[in-house]
Design a protein around this ligand. Structure first.
Ligand SMILES: *Cc1c(COP(=O)(O)O)cnc(C)c1O
Length: 466
């Protein structure tokens, strides 16, 4: 039977409610067509993010109870630190309340205005934290990673050509570090191959520039390497992780993803001076170096989550569930980025709604329609999130792709609920020609997609009467 079997049984359940379409129309209007502002009680299947939305295991809940709340040098920190050192292998482990805090502190101590940070594709908080220091966040994804139609095993790979060009254009002195996001969230949750990591690592070593992983979905990436890359089929997930991490000099991590926890993050570094500078800042902003903005029980839950995420039965089910959602969408004729990624399916809104120009946010229109029609919440990853000014010309540049991300929370929804999601996407395709574009009525200076307000272009309904 071709089903991604769940390697667990359900011990606790939480009731969810379906409200009427009329109520949903009210909610989306009140939210300024921004699904971030809809109350979760008004959502049936919530695929906004896989970040911090997972279900913890019995052992994680037990770890919460036995968390040690000592201010300094708690048992829970000792467990956290030794578990991370065992998997990641870096010298310094610095706890933070989330991934972006790790990014913010790393960039504050390493970047100056005018510096450049290459990455395969910067995640939105990473880009914002780089730019906040006055540095430039540069995407160097290999060309096939930008083509939604190409089936490739490792579409998260970095282009060595683009990376070399960046060093030529800006000079090594302006590039204090190179990043590699595994898996590549903003490019479709696509994995990076060990071969590509090795090439990037060798290149960086020759330039004398540290390589830092954005490691949020490191276990999912390791699973893809085990399944798809020559020579890794017989290797365990943990061994693959150790081989990956040995190629870099540190990582930023959100424990809300492959930490299988609801909050938490950390920064790992080999460099003593960088670690010292970050720790000084940590005490100022997050907390003492052995808790970094987290309760002892959170550290304990993350440590347990990191041990569980290495289970290949879990990873086969997890990535299999996402692949199965892709297969259903395919059968229903809904276009999406090929192949499905580790944590999400990314619908191709440019192809789904060809009549809506990028300046009118087609992926946001699809997202709003999916909520109105069926109560399913996805998230736009397109012009609303990634429009930016060209640093040389000052003109607005739209991103290459207009995507609606359906991120699957870990260990939360059943196959039936995801079948309902696929059917709901098909419904939006059906009414596609009746959908109209959106325009911005208010936006903040940074990370606008979280709080932006929109309205249908020219006023009136977003979905014309059929
Ligand atoms: C979620 C995420 C982050 C930021 O982590 P938070 O815990 O949300 O602050 C950084 N990079 C990637 C690739 C992510 O997916």
């Amino acid at each position: 039977m071709d089903l991604p079997f769940e390697p667990y049984r359900i011990k606790v359940v939480e009731k969810i409610q379906r409200i009427s379409r009329e109520e949903r129309v009210e909610h989306i209007r009140a939210a300024g067509y921004n699904v971030f502002k809809i109350p979760s009680a008004a959502i049936y299947v919530d695929l906004l993010t896989d970040s911090g939305t997972g279900a913890m295991s019995d052992l994680q809940w037990a770890a919460l109870m036995s968390g040690d709340e000592a201010y300094a040098c708690s048992n829970s920190f000792a467990d956290f630190e030794s578990t991370i050192k065992d998997i990641f292998g870096y010298k310094h482990v610095i706890p933070t309340h989330q991934g972006r805090a790790a990014e913010g502190m790393l960039f504050t101590v390493t970047l100056k205005p005018g510096n450049v940070v290459p990455n395969n594709i910067h995640f939105d908080t990473t880009r914002a934290n780089v730019e906040h220091t006055g540095a430039i966040a540069l995407d160097c994804i290999a060309p096939e990673g930008l083509d939604p139609a190409v089936e490739g095993p490792f579409k998260g790979n970095m282009s060595l050509v683009k990376l070399a060009e960046a060093f030529e254009k800006y000079g090594t002195e302006r590039i204090p570090l190179v990043m590699l996001t595994i898996t590549n969230n903003s490019g479709g949750g696509q994995p990076v191959s060990m071969a590509n990591m090795r090439e990037v690592s060798t290149f960086c070593r020759e330039k004398g520039v540290p390589l830092i992983f954005d490691a949020c979905r490191f276990a999912e990436n390791a699973w893809f390497i085990q399944q798809r890359e020559e020579g890794y089929r017989e290797m365990g997930i943990k061994e693959i992780c150790r081989e990956m991490f040995a190629l870099a000099q540190g990582c930023t991590m959100s424990a809300k993803k492959d930490g299988l926890a609801n909050i938490g993050g950390f920064l790992c570094l080999d460099d003593d001076q960088w670690a010292q500078n970050v720790t000084n800042l940590l005490i100022l902003r997050e907390g003492f170096p052995t808790y970094g903005g987290l309760a002892g029980r959170d550290l304990a839950a993350v440590a347990q989550g990191l041990r569980e995420v290495l289970d290949s039965d879990y990873l086969a089910y997890r990535i299999g569930q996402v692949a199965r959602l892709g297969k259903r969408l395919d059968e229903l004729g809904v276009p999406f980025l090929r192949p499905t990624g580790g944590h999400a399916v990314y619908l191709d809104a440019k192809m789904a709604l060809p009549h809506i120009p990028q300046a009118q946010f087609p992926a946001q229109v699809f997202t709003a329609a999916l909520y109105i029609e069926r109560g399913v919440r996805g998230v736009e990853i397109g012009s609303l999130m990634f429009d930016h000014k060209d640093p040389d010309t000052g003109e607005i540049v739209h991103p290459a792709m207009e995507l609606v991300r359906l991120a699957v929370p870990r260990r939360v929804y059943t196959h039936t609920q995801l079948d309902y999601v696929a059917d709901s996407c098909a419904r939006v395709m059906e009414i596609g020609p009746r959908l109209r574009g959106l325009e911005i009525t208010w936006e903040p200076p940074a990370l606008r997609h979280f709080t932006v307000k929109l309205k249908p272009v020219g006023g009136g309904r977003m979905i014309a009467k059929g």
